[in-house]
Design a protein around this ligand. Structure first.
Ligand SMILES: [Ca+2]
Ligand SMILES: [Ca+2]
Length: 316
């Protein structure tokens, strides 16, 4: 078993955790008014650490302008009591095992740290390059200054699966009150075609539209989130697209993510991971995985002043 960072890797979480219960979100805007709640929230999507929420601000692990900001220390995560992991926006699991890959390919830990970190964890039974830790880990001074790797770590014991979990070190439930996958409507198809044509592609090979219905912004009315990617390498196409957009109950469209390329062989894709109220202010941030040429990123989009902006991002 190997981690496959840098690709749409499969992860999952077998064993060593307990099934949790589903609890309601209080809707409070105060993050620290539950005893035992952490002052800083850390977010992990798949095996990507995307960042934290501290002093009411999202802080991205990889800066949103594309430059890297690998300035977090491994102790920030290993000293946490536990993470709660949400799969497909549904099941919640409490996780107290964190695994790190220590070979230095594809952004994992430098081998130099292997001996130090091995003192605090156990080797993975099937791969000596993976160290597993049982949270919280009491770390010595020698660990100080060891930065998190770009990729190559995850919550839970790594096994292969198609599921990408979302994890946070909080007891609060960040899920929408209700979210349902739903059929695309004719209006969704028309909106997609309009957005693609406005992007300069007149003859796209339109792929399926996946739609999700929920009250994403917490105003009591239902919105629809739609996600669609063009069929790649289609002979007649004059471009490709990857789009995610939200339509409110009045038909108003807000683009969540858009990548429209006028070269038919360009590579772009977007997939939806889940919607979570990560800052607990009532509206839902949207976690996406985006392929842009050779780069695959996990991003979190948040509605701010009526527009979706990237608030967190990490290499996937
Ligand atoms: Ca709403
Ligand atoms: Ca929110």
């Amino acid at each position: 078993m190997k981690f496959v960072p840098g690709k749409l890797c499969a992860l999952a979480l077998a064993g060593l955790f307990m099934a949790g219960t589903i609890c309601g979100c209080s809707g409070s805007k105060q993050l620290q008014d539950i005893p035992g709640e952490p002052a800083v929230y850390y977010f992990i999507v798949g095996n990507t650490f995307v960042g934290k929420y501290e002093d009411r601000q999202f802080i991205s692990y990889n800066n949103v302008d594309g430059s890297t900001n690998f300035d977090m220390e491994i102790s920030d995560l290993l000293e946490q009591q536990e993470f709660r992991t949400y799969l497909d926006g549904g099941i919640m699991r409490q996780q107290s095992v964190m695994a790190f890959r220590v070979d230095d390919n594809d952004g994992g830990f430098d081998q130099d740290y292997h001996d130090i970190l091995s003192k605090y964890g156990d080797p993975h039974p099937q791969d000596e390059n993976i160290i597993t830790f049982h949270l919280p880990v009491e770390l010595g001074d020698e660990v100080e200054g060891i930065k998190l790797p770009a990729t190559g770590f995850q919550i839970g014991m790594p096994t292969l699966s198609e599921t990408l979990p979302f994890a946070v070190n909080s007891q609060r439930d960040p899920r929408p009150r209700e979210i349902q996958q739903t059929q695309a409507q004719e209006t969704d198809t028309a909106q997609l075609q309009q957005l693609v044509q406005e992007g300069g592609v007149s003859n796209a090979a339109y792929g399926d539209i996946l739609c999700y219905a929920a009250d994403f912004d917490g105003d009591g009315e239902e919105e629809r989130l739609c996600v669609s990617n063009s069929v790649q390498n289609h002979a007649q196409a004059d471009g490709v697209y990857a789009l995610a957009w939200l339509t409110d109950h009045n038909g108003k469209v807000s683009v969540v993510y858009s990548n429209i390329q006028t070269q038919p062989d360009a590579v772009c894709n977007v997939s939806y991971i889940g919607a979570y109220d990560m800052d607990l202010e009532g509206s839902y941030e949207l976690a996406l995985v985006c392929t842009e040429g050779q780069t695959v990123r996990t991003i979190v989009q948040s509605m701010q002043s009526g527009e979706y902006v990237t608030v967190l991002q990490g290499l996937h």
